[in-house]
Design a binder for this molecule. Structure first.
Ligand code: AMP
Length: 307
């Protein structure tokens, strides 16, 4: 039950209506790994960092069963840096800075020990690099899932459309689904995306939950109504980590099991937003996760008799 995760390991600077953090750990692959390692070990990480990325963070990930053989450390360059500011509603944000730094020359390699993985999570990254990883694999995984964002649609749309042909599932938020297809209706956008390659699609809608599409089937999972959302950064990646972690653990990629996985992903994301960066993800244990999943079940559990 092996899972390869690919993406950024980064420093983030974040502004929300509740506070500001100047330089904290972030990156799509970091969040995916913290979330997925609760369900599957090893998590096989492919990424790149500079000499400034803290050794303690690498140790923390290792201690959770994240294998870092695929993480290149560049001695004389800085790690990827991203900075964003959230709007009052916390559902939308503006990117203020994207400094590629080490990412600009990244040529991802799949270590031999990672070959044969059954699940591949292509976290948010340059589409060309996501494709490189797929092409480096000697055996096609059972399920390839891909995330992306507006930044890559604006700078590398053609490459992005090529990768889409090779993946089983795309995970994006509602604004990204609309940007990718120029369709406002999410149902039309979903149909258009599934014609671009992926057979499955998840559209995340922040505090309004997530939709899973496959053919004519649609499943909706709510987000937990939380009293305080402190920092939504990484919620999408954490969702992806929980989703893939559950699928990799159960080795079942049926639509039915994806419904459970989407709830697990939503539960993990609900922890992520409670504190700045990945802080909260480092505090939780299996009981916390089980309780949160139960809260989700209670939230939507009702019976209805049609007469
Ligand atoms: P999310 O909030 O789930 O969209 O993910 C936020 C994380 O993605 C942050 O920790 C950033 O470091 C990382 N990130 C931001 N922009 C990019 C980008 N263009 N490519 C890859 N990762 C990014």
């Amino acid at each position: 039950m092996s899972l390869i995760t690919v993406g950024t390991m980064a420093f983030d600077a974040i502004e929300t209506p509740f506070g500001k953090a100047d330089k904290i750990i972030g990156g799509s692959a970091t969040y995916v790994a913290y979330a997925a390692s609760n369900f599957v070990k090893p998590v096989q990480q492919i990424s790149i960092v500079g000499n400034d990325f803290p050794k303690e963070e690498m140790e923390e990930l290792r201690s959770r069963g994240v294998h870092l053989d695929g993480v290149e450390v560049v001695p004389d360059k800085k790690s990827f840096f991203w900075s964003g500011r959230y709007h009052e509603d916390m559902n939308s944000r503006d990117t203020l800075v994207t400094d590629l730094n080490v990412l600009a020359d990244f040529d991802p390699k799949v270590p031999d020990s990672f070959q044969g993985a059954e699940f591949l999570m292509l976290g948010n990254l340059m589409p060309k690099l996501q494709l490189n990883v797929i092409q480096e694999l000697k055996q096609r995984p059972k399920l390839i899932v891909m995330d992306t964002m507006n930044f890559w649609m604006e700078t590398a749309m053609n490459d992005l459309k090529i990768v889409l042909r090779y993946v089983d599932m795309l995970m994006v938020n509602d604004a990204e689904a609309r940007q990718l297809t120029s369709e406002y209706s999410l149902v039309k956008a979903a149909r258009a995306i599934m014609q671009m390659g992926p057979k499955y699609l998840i559209i995340k809608k922040g505090e309004h939950g997530a939709l899973l599409f496959h053919g004519d089937d649609v499943f909706y999972a709510p987000a937990l109504p939380l009293e305080d959302v402190f920092d939504p950064t990484g919620a999408g990646d954490t969702f992806a980590g929980g989703f893939m972690g559950h699928l990799a653990k159960t080795k079942d990629i049926s639509f039915e099991n994806m419904k459970t996985a989407i709830i697990v992903g939503s539960a993990m994301a609900s922890f992520c937003v409670e504190k700045f960066g990945p802080t909260r993800l480092k505090e939780i244990n299996k009981d916390d996760i089980d309780n949160r999943v139960q809260q989700f079940k209670d939230l939507v559990n009702f019976e209805i008799e049609l007469v």
